[in-house]
Design a protein around this ligand. Structure first.
Ligand SMILES: C[S@@+](CC[C@H](N)C(=O)[O-])C[C@H]1O[C@@H](n2cnc3c(N)ncnc32)[C@H](O)[C@@H]1O
Length: 315
């Protein structure tokens, strides 16, 4: 008998199939699982290979092989995780990444721009938490300069890691034109500062706390994104489209637009606000914020300008 041809597990998913009659083997795997996965993680941490080749010899077909490989992939991700770090620096070995996706991440700067502080270390952006209508010009300059430093660092780092013809897809909050102040994304921060000021006037927050709070956020224009991509030089700009997320946002949950925006912003900013102002003010702050947004939106739309960028690593 030709064993190599004749010996195989019963295929398919019927009553007599191996797929439905291999729970004994699964139990054995479950008992040994910890050791199997720890062995793999150990190997990964010791060797840090550029790519990891794994083979399940005699894998047959059915759920056992699939659940094993799923566990293995998860274990490698966990082993990789303690070393991630900021994307404003190197993350991966050279020439190993084919596709990068970064959504709603790159408008977060690596730090609060140092130019926002005077010689005594006090913020020059009093009463605001980002670029707002009463900010001195030095504030937008400081934010822009931090964006340039960070975004070029991001591009430089990824240029080493992404293979030739590899792609990066970036989704970034931005602004329509050269003006920093308007009814775009930064207006939402202006309204959040207004909500904080409301609590200051009620004696719930000290004024100094508002003055010293700054957000590490910058909404670039299309020209600013393109400028940095061209200056860094490793990537070709394949696409730079402006999306405007629609205003029906929030209605699905039957809550007002202002409340929906307030919930979204709270989920993103809560940890920072709580550590600066204290957790106890959050409910009131976000109630006020939602109300202020609804009042403003009744006067005029707020535009959530978002850029969709596709970059191709030059050959
Ligand atoms: C608003 S969430 C976006 C999550 C998801 N990509 C999405 O589109 O829903 C922004 C994420 O970027 C991460 N982030 C911001 N700055 C970062 C940095 N310098 N390095 C790594 N991650 C960063 C934040 O920790 C957060 O997880």
């Amino acid at each position: 008998m030709d064993l190599q041809r004749e010996f195989h597990m019963t295929g398919g998913v019927g009553k007599t199939s191996y797929a439905r009659n291999s729970s004994f083997q699964k139990k054995a795997y479950d008992q040994a699982k910890d050791i199997i996965l720890k062995t793999l993680q150990q190997l990964y941490k010791e060797t840090r290979p550029k790519s990891l080749g794994i083979a399940d010899l005699g894998c047959s077909s059915g759920p056992n092989t699939l659940s094993t490989i799923r566990d293995i992939i998860k274990a490698v991700i966990v082993a990789h995780h303690p070393f991630p770090g900021s994307f404003y620096g190197r993350l991966f070995p050279e020439n190993t990444i084919h596709f990068i996706y970064a959504s709603f991440s790159l408008h977060w700067l690596s730090k609060i721009p140092p130019g926002l502080y005077d010689d005594q270390g006090k913020s020059i952006n009093k009463g605001c938490i980002n670029i707002c209508s009463s900010s001195p010009e030095a504030v937008s300059k400081a934010y822009y300069s931090q964006f340039k430093e960070d975004f070029s660092m991001f591009l430089r780092s990824r240029s080493k890691e992404v293979v030739a013809a590899g792609r990066m897809v970036l989704i970034i909050l931005g602004r329509e034109g050269p003006e920093h102040v308007g009814r775009g994304n930064s207006f939402l921060w202006e309204l959040l500062a207004r909500a904080i000021a409301d609590l200051v006037s009620q004696g719930e927050i000290e004024e100094e706390k508002l003055d010293s709070y700054e957000l590490h956020f910058y909404a670039p224009s299309a020209a600013e994104i393109e400028g940095e991509v061209n200056k860094e030089g490793s990537f070709e700009l394949e696409k730079l489209d402006m999306l405007e997320v629609d205003m029906e946002w929030g209605n699905e949950d039957g809550i007002s637009y202002g409340k929906a925006v307030a919930k979204t912003i709270r989920a993103v900013q809560e940890s920072m606000l709580a550590s600066h102002f204290g957790e106890e003010i959050l409910d009131k702050l976000f109630d006020t914020y939602g109300r202020i947004i609804d009042e403003e939106i009744a006067k005029e739309d707020i535009k959530h300008i978002t850029f969709f960028v596709v970059l191709r690593r030059k050959l």
